[in-house]
Write a protein that binds this ligand. Structure first.
Ligand code: XMP
Length: 479
């Protein structure tokens, strides 16, 4: 990474402050760019989903890992529930998506409540042996249905039913030929394996799933720094988690270093990420205590009020650049955590030296996030909240006395409820991953880079004014 002559200021910068200067490039196609990372997470795209309750659930975990990313399950999830989610993710098919299913005797109202959990907008009706027998589409807005009718009365025949060994390219061709969007795939006994849409078949040819040594999807889990952290970490590793994140808002504190060192000393056999910090000293101390990945970011998150409450934090690009340089010298890596709102932010975080980029709130507004789908006059949305908000603190301290709960709730540093819109153009996290990866691949071709490491090495950056940033925003409505 270097700055255009005369452009390196002596103050800290964030993503919006920067632009990438096109280099002379011999990378002709975006498909020549490999987005795989080298930090031991196995990610084949540089995306990690933040350990936030409103974002990182089982559905998000399978979908993102299938496209090569990694989801970190929040530390507030009870151990047994985390173990269930890990087992679910590990049992998923690497190509076929998991549909929502009901039996023929179930009611339409139940089906219509479940279908919005899937971007593909269909439910598969299965018999007692899990053999697919019909499809139920989502009711169009204003459409009338007998919500108390049984599914057997209104299910549609399955237009494309194929063995799960069918090559995704052939699935795509069969769907195109039949002019439908989704195939149902079955195992040799005719039982449901999953579904594949046309775009899912295309994605199967573009992305590589993030898999463990046994070929199962990977998933990570966070632990806090309070209580018996080692026992919790041990239980999560026994349940199959692929990576532990020792996480607290102020990662450069003694309690964190003690907890992290204890987890590292337990030698559990999985990589350990820890954070959050924003300085070289913080990075060094976390690596010394046993982290191989350092999570960088204090206050850039969409749900954070830390900077407004405390003045503490650091503009994210400079924080990532400094921490990444230190981590690199020590043979470790960093994740850029928070403040990602555009594909360009991911490209700039990688340019700064991040191995992976952590995304939270942006992915809350997708069908794969765990919350319920709501609709108002402006369209569909989900509700998200910060992990240091009154709402999250209340959930975390539910076992405390009423007095302690009330006392803790006075120290919130996050937003308790925010409506995150579902973008009608990109309602699924997979659409957002496509969007981000298209942007980062293109940044790499402009930079002359074939890998993310080359992007970091070769990138030339300039600093722009607010007007310069505004100039780059499209004007979809015209003048
Ligand atoms: P985005 O911008 O993707 O950022 O939502 C995700 C990161 O934000 C952090 N986070 C918080 N920070 N108060 C904070 O100060 C909060 O309530 C809060 N919740 C999440 C966290 O690092 C996450 O990964």
């Amino acid at each position: 990474m270097r700055f255009l002559s005369g452009h390196r200021p002596d103050y800290d910068l964030t993503y919006d402050d920067l632009f990438v200067v096109p280099n002379r490039s011999d990378v002709a196609s975006r498909f020549d760019v490999d987005l795989a990372t080298t930090d031991g997470t196995g990610t084949t795209v540089p995306l990690v989903v933040a350990n936030m309750t409103a974002i990182a659930g089982k559905r998000m975990a399978e979908t993102v890992a299938r496209r090569g990313g990694l989801v970190v399950l929040p530390q507030d999830v009870p151990e047994a529930a985390a173990a269930d989610t890990i087992a679910f993710v590990k049992s998923r098919n690497l190509v076929a998506d998991t549909p929502v299913t009901l039996g023929p005797d179930d009611l339409m109202a139940h089906a219509q409540a479940l279908i919005p959990k899937r971007a593909h907008g269909l439910l598969v009706v299965v018999d007692d042996d899990r053999r697919p027998v019909g499809l139920i589409p989502r009711t169009p807005p204003g459409g009338e249905l007998d919500m108390f009718g049984q599914l057997r009365e209104s299910m549609h025949p399955i237009p494309v039913l194929l063995p799960d060994s069918t090559d995704p390219r052939q699935v795509f061709d069969a769907l195109t030929e039949a002019n439908v969007e989704m195939a149902v795939l079955t195992d040799p006994d005719g039982r449901l394996t999953g579904v594949l849409t046309r775009v899912g078949a295309l994605r199967a040819g573009i992305y590589r799933p993030n898999v463990d040594a046994d070929g199962r999807l990977r998933v990570a889990t966070a632990v806090g720094i309070n209580g018996d952290v080692v026992s919790k970490a041990r239980a999560l590793v026994a349940a199959g988690t692929d990576l532990l994140v020792v996480d607290t808002a102020h990662g450069h504190q003694e309690k964190m270093l003690t907890a992290l060192a204890a987890v590292a000393d337990a030698d559990l056999g999985v990589p350990i990420a820890a954070g959050n910090v924003v300085s070289a000293e913080g990075t060094r101390d976390l690596i010394d205590a046993g982290a191989s990945i350092v999570k960088v970011g204090v206050g850039p998150g969409a749900m954070c009020t830390t900077r407004m409450m405390t003045g503490v934090g650091r503009p994210q690009f400079s924080a990532v650049a400094e921490c990444a340089a230190t981590a690199r010298q020590l043979g470790a890596a960093v994740w850029a955590d928070g403040g990602i709102r555009h594909p360009r932010d991911v490209a700039l975080a990688v340019a700064a030296g991040a191995a992976n980029v952590m995304v939270g709130s942006w992915f809350a507004g997708t069908y794969e996030s765990p919350g319920d789908l709501h609709t108002d006059a402006d369209g569909e949305y989900k509700v998200s909240f910060g992990m240091a908000s009154k709402r999250a603190v209340a959930a975390r301290s539910s076992a405390d006395s009423a007095y302690d709960r009330a006392r803790k709730s006075l120290f919130e540093e996050g937003i308790s409820s925010s409506r995150i819109r579902i973008d009608p153009e990109r309602p699924s996290v997979e659409d957002l991953i496509d969007h981000i990866c298209a942007g980062v691949r293109s940044t790499a071709t402009y930079t002359g880079a074939r890998t993310l490491s080359e992007l970091h090495e070769k990138v030339v950056l300039g600093v722009q004014s607010a007007a310069g940033f505004a100039e780059g925003r499209p004007l979809p409505g015209g003048w």
